[in-house]
Write a protein that binds this ligand. Structure first.
Ligand SMILES: Cc1cc2nc3c(=O)[nH]c(=O)nc-3n(C[C@H](O)[C@H](O)[C@H](O)COP(=O)(O)OP(=O)(O)OC[C@H]3O[C@@H](n4cnc5c(N)ncnc54)[C@H](O)[C@@H]3O)c2cc1C
Length: 445
């Protein structure tokens, strides 16, 4: 049996490849086992938030991603008729982060970039067409049985990172289940060529409407956009396709007819809020959709997955290369689960609920909240800084802490300077009017 003296990553989706890159760059021997024959062509997740960009930069990926991605300076919140409720500008974080913007790029492109970077590492090997079928572990090794075009293979490794997606075989083999619930409705992820910019749309837009709610976001530089909207779970895929022209006339600004747009791809899918009870069982650690799934509102699934991969990679490097205590793996497991439950799932659920709220009173309150956030840059900053919580307990980096403190100090100095200058001009004003009065009084005499 082959022994991989390092880590076997199961699943060559974005999270698995990111984990492999982090480990590979530290000199760890890594074998990635991927069931598919190459990078999945499906774009799925699109948005990479500022807090995630730091992780991608750390891995040396950011320049390549930036070249292909769409720069997203703001996020617009709109009503069903397309009119603007509020806009959140990422540049309010200019003093908090080096990356005061989001990047939009289909995760298939990100995975292709990852594969390019992995090819440069001789200690990392990706084995396409290798599906893991069975998993066993003892005190020293995890043993995996895979099926491949060449037949069945067996290999073992001291550590396995399971990133084999929502239907994870590894998770099932080690006896863990995803707990939680499904949303009753179906989500449709539709990719379409249409000129949203001509209609004044931002690169990312949340449309708030009890029926025609949607998430509209540019997918790449070719002019392809993603529209996510809801259909009833009682409809078949064929019925959803049949209803598409009528839905798009209502969902797209300018109420276009089918000859005015081109649908490239559509994927109806069920959304859930689900999570495993443990992210670590013995020598197997779970990450990405293998560990949790959430609705995609807010772009937190993929962004969280990126940070998880970086955290998991770091913890394994600590154990393998630096003789660290196994407790760092538990710290990873506990903190990522807590982050998912307390922030990722909660915030995605809030977005989902805000967008489709049908109660008039709650809806009016929500819209007022968005307007308030959109009209005050300090409140907007607080709102957008919430996304930092995706980092979990290893929250802010030292540099971003320094930036935050410097930013606060600058703001204080500005306030002090402003009040000093207000005082000075008030004093000047008083002197001037006293002088005028004196002059007037003297002239009268
Ligand atoms: C239609 C759709 C739209 C979405 N839109 C968004 C969005 O807008 N924003 C967002 O944040 N998220 C979105 N998501 C979720 C997002 O795509 C996932 O969170 C993300 O793909 C998770 O990455 P992953 O690497 O953990 O899993 P995956 O991308 O699913 O990768 C898992 C990999 O493991 C492989 N694999 C599976 N079983 C085995 C096995 N037994 N052996 C070996 N390999 C195996 C698979 O072939 C796959 O390549 C969307 C999901 C879907 C389905």
């Amino acid at each position: 049996m082959e022994t991989v003296d390092g880590v076997v990553v199961v699943g060559g989706g974005s999270v698995g490849l990111l984990t492999a890159l982090k480990l590979g760059q530290a000199g760890v021997r890594v074998v990635v086992l991927e069931a598919g024959s190459g990078v999945s062509p499906s774009s799925r997740a699109v948005a990479f938030l500022p807090t995630t960009l730091a992780g991608l930069d750390q891995l040396g990926l950011l320049d390549d991603i930036r070249k292909r991605a769409v720069m997203c300076p703001d996020v617009a919140y709109r009503r069903g008729d397309g009119s603007l409720i509020a806009k959140m500008h990422w540049d309010v974080l200019a003093e908090d982060t080096q990356y005061p913007y989001a990047l939009l790029l289909g995760q298939n492109h990100v995975s292709s970039i990852l594969v390019e970077h992995l090819r440069a590492l001789p200690n990392v090997e990706i084995r396409w067409n290798h599906r893991v079928e069975a998993v066993e572990q003892d005190d020293c090794y995890v043993t995996l049985r895979t099926s491949s075009p060449g037949g069945q293979t067996w290999l073992r490794s001291p550590w396995v990172a399971a990133a084999d997606g929502a239907q994870s075989t590894v998770r099932e083999q080690i006896g863990l289940e995803l707990g939680g619930s499904h949303w009753p409705e179906r989500m449709v992820a539709l990719d379409v060529f249409y000129d949203f910019i001509l209609h004044g749309y931002s690169r990312a837009n949340f449309i708030h409407d009890p029926v025609d709610w949607a998430f509209v976001v540019q997918l790449d530089q070719s002019g392809l956009w993603r529209v996510c909207y809801e259909e009833s779970s009682s409809l078949s895929d064929a019925q959803i396709r049949q209803r598409m022209p009528e839905r798009l006339t209502r969902l797209l600004p300018g109420a276009p007819t089918p000859d005015q747009y081109r649908v490239e791809h559509f994927a109806p899918y069920q959304v859930s809020q689900r999570c495993v009870t443990e992210f670590r069982r013995g020598r197997v650690l779970l990450a990405g959709d293998a560990a949790h799934v959430t609705n995609p509102m807010g772009g937190l699934a993929m962004s969280g997955g990126v940070l998880e991969a970086v955290h998991l990679g770091g913890a394994l490097i600590n154990v393998i290369k630096e003789n660290g205590a196994l407790s760092v793996l538990d710290e990873y497991a506990v903190s990522r689960r807590q982050t998912f439950q307390a922030f990722t799932s909660t915030r995605s659920t809030a977005y989902f609920t805000w967008m489709k709220e049908s109660g008039w009173i709650q809806r009016t309150r929500d819209l007022a909240m968005f307007k308030r956030v959109g009209s005050d840059r300090d409140v907007m900053r607080e709102f957008l800084l919430q996304f930092d919580k995706l980092n979990g307990r290893r929250s802010r980096s030292l540099t971003s802490r320094i930036r935050l403190v410097t930013g606060m100090a600058k703001r204080l100095v500005n306030v002090a300077a402003k009040s000093m200058s207000d005082c000075a001009s008030a004093a000047l004003q008083t002197i001037k009017s006293a002088h005028k009065r004196l002059h007037r009084d003297t002239s009268i005499e």
